[in-house]
Write a new protein. Sequence first.
Length: 96
Amino acid sequence: MGNLTFLPLNRTVMACAGDTILDAALQQDIPLEHECGGNCACTTCHVIVLEGGENLSAMEEVEADRLSTAEGLTSTSRLACQTILRGGDVIVLLPA
């Protein structure tokens, strides 16, 4: 378990290790777009990890390839549908 904070919503939820960021968001009614249904076929669930990157799964090549087309890409960008929580606290920014 860990705290997962979504900015700029300023909402912090308890999240289970093993869930993706998208899973945790949907379970807590956080409005996180995911047009492809969480299948790594789009970039609508793009988030920027502000803190706690060490508490997340490593990025797989398929995620990196898809992310390369995301608008507003940063060095800490992730796709919420592919990023698995490993426990501990994480803060993410939902890009505008």
